[in-house]
Design a protein around this ligand. Structure first.
Ligand code: SF4
Ligand code: MSK
Length: 644
């Protein structure tokens, strides 16, 4: 297959061609080998939950052995996918909470509380006393409360209190205000096992609840605690794409999700002794770059370059320039092992819960984090001499990352009057039509980055502010859309005017997958600021992920829907088509219950139209699309206006 049909990223195209020439396999080749993929799985109609199965729903056999119908099977599968996605984000959140608490207690000396202002804000939110206490004392209380959110026996998620009042009332009325993450995930698995919940609407209601436990719970805690621990991101420059690799330096790739590891590797790469060691082996320095969400975390806080997104991970290794790739959790392809074997690259797993056969494991213990990171950097330096042929594509683009909720608030309103008011005002006056989150992965079924970048361009052209996270951020970054100067030229006149006036780009890079919660917080602030209704469901906003891969994407989509937003996915990636009832409900009926809904559209231009129609209908309902009537003044009016 022509590399251009596999990716729209020129660097990726070069590397795909080189790998093909060298007879090396990557995700696209493995996808081709899997074709045709199972039609039952695509439709969500296969059940292997019990040993009477596996059962597949067909015209000939419309019920599973237990009698489960297609609605039950499709909704159960969807719930299980969401619960798995929630587990991933929230387990990440729990790890952060553990490190946070260990740091506060002085047991993880290489980390420290970096953002005391945010710590105090969280303390206020959690009812933790601040006066006369050190940051670490406050952080111990916050860490204990946060950790309990994952497994507490009673009560609902503290973070869910942040949602607008009408939203919380909807959740309460439906009985889906999220409780502890563990409880919601456990209940998801229980409900969806053989012979339990067999009412598809009831199953999907719990899908909302478990997803909310992530969005307004585990993932939100991950973002908040990471900000306190590693610093709340503020805009800074970086570079994106494989051209960030350095031929004359030791290259280390950090890949996965948790910044617990990557923060320490970034610090270790600055160590004077290690830099001297690198020089001794003939390297001019130590270059750390990221892939996937770890990359977003590092760009957001340190401007550390990004080598690529999900589908770039194998291609990056195939440059032959990587001395060491350290991986932690999530989105790490097992296929990396075979590519790494073709080069000198050392692949190292670091999370005890994520090992790969044949791959060296170095356990990342937060109590000895910097030394572990130094050991990894030393391994990379020692491996420099083993390099063979190196080919690094030239492509790289300048990008600005670091748009946390706090930094957006600050940029819009200034340090002393940080406020969303200018954004609300410009949405109300129509210069900005609405706000859309473009998020998620890159899937080999779709030419890499195509939909993220096309949709982004279509939306900013039509005066819609775009917020990106995850691999979509990297897709946009590679194609210059996270570079304010280039993106401004593509923005519509209204959006451009506002962006230039307040000093923000039209595409805001907001971070990693867990940082989708920054978008929830921003939506809540749009409501709180006033003039755009009382609930998220009234806002002219939407979310989209047309290249999703991970179960995490379904969790994110469902928590946005349950928070009142429209969420658009690609048709072929939404595994519910086997059930008309489930499809009708998620694409329509759910809106009556929750104010948000799913939609499917694989074509990014059509998706932009669908989203714009939604935004304009929300604007109509808010009454902000009415042309301001021009008042014709008569003499009496003029006299009344005249100043005596
Ligand atoms: Fe088949 Fe029912 Fe068992 Fe599923 S739970 S595998 S549909 S018998
Ligand atoms: S890394 S979940 S491929 S965004 Fe978060 Fe990218 Fe999707 Fe993984």
């Amino acid at each position: 297959m022509d590399p251009k049909e596999r990716s729209t990223d020129k660097a990726a195209q070069e590397m795909i061609a080189r790998m093909a020439k060298a007879g090396q396999e990557n995700a696209w080749d493995r996808l081709a080998a899997q074709m045709p993929q199972c039609g039952f799985g695509k439709q969500g109609v296969c059940c292997r939950i019990c040993a009477m199965g596996p059962c597949r729903i067909t015209k000939k056999a419309s019920l599973g052995v237990c009698g489960a119908d297609v609605d039950t099977i499709v909704s159960r599968n969807f719930l299980r996918a969401i619960a798995a996605g929630v587990s991933a984000h929230s387990d990440h959140g729990r790890t952060v909470a553990e490190v946070f608490l260990a740091t506060a207690k002085g047991e993880a000396g290489d980390y420290q509380i970096k953002d005391v202002t945010k710590l105090h804000k969280l303390a206020q939110e959690f009812g933790v006393k601040v006066d006369g206490r050190s940051p670490n004392e406050i952080a111990v209380d916050i860490g204990e409360i946060a950790l309990a959110e994952f497994g507490k026996a009673e009560g609902t998620q503290l973070m869910a209190r942040r949602a607008p009042e009408p939203r919380k009332a909807i959740w309460d009325k439906l009985g889906i205000t999220p409780r502890a993450v563990d409880r919601e995930v456990t209940e998801s698995l229980h409900r969806s096992t053989m012979g339990v919940d067999q009412d598809y609407k009831n199953i999907l209601l719990h899908a909302s609840r478990v997803a909310l436990a992530d969005g307004w719970g585990g993932a939100m805690l991950a973002t908040e605690l990471q900000d306190v621990l590693f610093g709340t991101p503020y805009p800074g420059r970086g570079e994106v794409n494989m051209g960030v690799l350095q031929k004359d330096q030791v290259n280390i790739i950090v890949h996965g999700h948790e910044p617990i590891l990557s923060e320490m590797i970034a610090a270790a790469s600055q160590d004077k002794e290690l830099l001297a060691e690198a020089k001794k082996v003939g390297a001019k320095g130590i270059n750390v770059a990221g892939t996937c969400c770890t990359a977003n975390e590092l760009l957001m806080r340190h401007g550390i370059p990004i080598a690529g997104n999900f589908l770039n991970q194998e291609l990056v290794v195939a440059t032959g320039a990587i001395e060491l790739m350290a991986v932690d959790v999530q989105c790490v392809m097992q296929g990396l092992t075979n590519v790494a074997k073709c080069y000198h690259t050392k692949l190292v797993t670091t999370a005890d819960k994520a090992k790969i056969p044949g791959v060296e494991h170095v356990s990342m213990d937060e109590r000895n984090a910097l030394n572990t990171a130094k050991d990894l950097v030393k391994m990379a330096i020692d491996n420099f001499k083993n390099r063979g042929e190196v080919y690094i594509p030239k492509q790289k683009s300048a990008a600005v990352g670091g748009f946390s909720f706090e930094s957006i608030n600050y940029m819009l309103g200034g340090r002393y009057r940080a406020s969303f008011r200018p954004l609300n005002d410009n949405i109300i006056n129509g210069r900005i039509r609405g706000v859309v989150g473009i998020v998620g992965c890159t899937n080999p079924k779709i030419p890499q980055d195509l939909t993220h970048t096309t949709l982004t361009k279509e939306l900013i052209k039509r005066d819609v502010l775009v917020l990106t996270t995850g691999c979509a951020t990297i897709a946009c970054g590679k194609q210059g859309l996270a570079n304010p100067r280039d993106a401004l030229d593509l923005a519509g006149p209204g959006l451009r005017e506002v962006c230039e006036a307040v000093g923000i780009p039209p595409v805001l890079a907001c971070g990693s997958c867990v940082d989708n919660t920054r978008l929830l917080v921003s939506c809540t602030e749009l409501v709180r600021e006033g003039g755009l209704g009382d609930d998220i469901s009234e806002l002219p906003v939407a979310g989209a992920c047309l290249e999703s891969v991970s179960e995490k994407a379904y969790a994110i989509g469902q928590y946005f829907v349950a928070s009142g937003a429209l969420v658009v996915f690609a048709k072929e990636i939404m595994p519910i088509s086997g059930s008309q009832n489930v499809s009708d409900y998620l694409f329509g009926g759910i809106e009556k219950d929750l104010g948000g809904k799913w939609a499917v559209e694989s074509d990014p231009v059509k998706a932009a139209e669908l989203i714009l129609a939604h935004i304009e209908s929300k604007r109509d309902t808010l009454g902000i699309n009415k042309e301001k009537e021009r008042k014709l003044y008569d003499m009496a009016d003029r006299r009344a206006l005249s100043v005596e």
